[in-house]
Design a protein around this ligand. Sequence first.
Ligand SMILES: Cc1ncc(COP(=O)(O)O)c(C=O)c1O
Length: 451
Amino acid sequence: MLLLFSKCKKDKMRKLPFDKPWIEETAKKWPTPFHVYDAKAIRENARRLKKAFAWNKGFREYFAVKATPNPHLMKLLKEFDFGSDCSSMAELILAEKVGNVGEAIMFTSNDTPAEEFKKAWELGAIINLDDITHWDFLLKAVGGTDGSSGAPAPLPKELESHVLCCRYNPGPLKGGNAIIGKPEEAKYGFTREQLFDCYAKMKKAGVRRFGLHTMVASNELDPEYIIDTAKMLFSLAWEIHEKIGIDFEFVNIGGGIGIPYKPDQKAMSLERVGEGIRDAYAELVEAKGMKPIRLYMECGRCITGPYGYLVAKVRHIKNTYRLYAGLDACMSNLMRPALYGAYHEIVVPGKENSAERKVYDVTGSLCENNDKFAIQRELPVLEPGDYVVICDAGAHGHAMGFQYNGKLRSAELILEEDGSVREIRRAETLADYFATLSFPGSEFADIATTL
Ligand SMILES: Cc1ncc(COP(=O)(O)O)c(C=O)c1O
């Protein structure tokens, strides 16, 4: 059925930092699908974030590496002194490679293996414990024992200089965020009682530098939720200070600032969050006579999400019980729609203003029926060869890619401020896919080399 495009929808249409001729030119060198990040917009947003929190001396954003684990992007963010929030060995290594070491790393992990604690410790990272048992586990890991003797772990050197932090899970004391769910159902963090216990233990052991962390939101668009989270941590920092006698150097309110994936959603005002937390700081920290506390964040999504695009091409149009536009991209390139039913805006460059529209399921080529970028979406009339741009793919996009069904992950590019394009990750090849079959004694060891 042919539909007509309304003026109201046209006004809300997403503006891209590139056009169809740019895609045609770029695709000659980097065939679709590819991810492209808009460097200018990422920098502008980073400046805005820093400005909103400039009132807090020592404010720092630790970019959640898991959102877009590309060292080129991490390096770009380092221009703004963004640290790295790491949760795995690979992420620690990426941070180290871009020169984010020491307290430029916030190691917020869970179910953590000993070797990762050890690596984080050696890098001098801020270590954010996820559970009360992890304190002893950490001591064993960095003290070099496996704990099998049952003897208390030896205290590692430099305990006094290291910054230790605990992740608070408020449980029923904080209402659920719509996306991350109820805190009491989340596997992360300490209960209130455990938190007091652990800080007391750490103090007794000789730790002198402390932080306090929580992460209770995901893709939250209400600034008040983030402000309330900061209030909760400021109050808790005061209570722990009063009871245990420690001064917190920082509180980390985690990530979770959302982005407007849907056309009718509004971006969270970073300025409002900054002001709201400043007022809370005046009331709950300064007025109580607490020592200055640095505010830390570990956002991922709002740092790169809106500034990354998945560019793909229509491969087939199929007309059965529904109309399908099959792309050369699939959920290996962006699995949020399949995983969460997430909405991503789709733009068809060159046809943005086309009055004639049809309703499509926009699919990939994976043998899974949920491999769909959009379901029953009204779009300009599509033909094989049309380019489509899937918006807001800059965080948890390429990063979540996988190889099921022999599908390969695409290249990542940066659109520089001067208009040039830089490759920041090449596309995977079949040789990459087969590489793990190549090991001594494997019957198929040469599979990657005989392609
Ligand atoms: C511990 C932690 N910190 C930060 C983030 C980043 O969250 P977001 O990308 O929503 O800002 C996540 C995301 O899963 C996380 O688990």
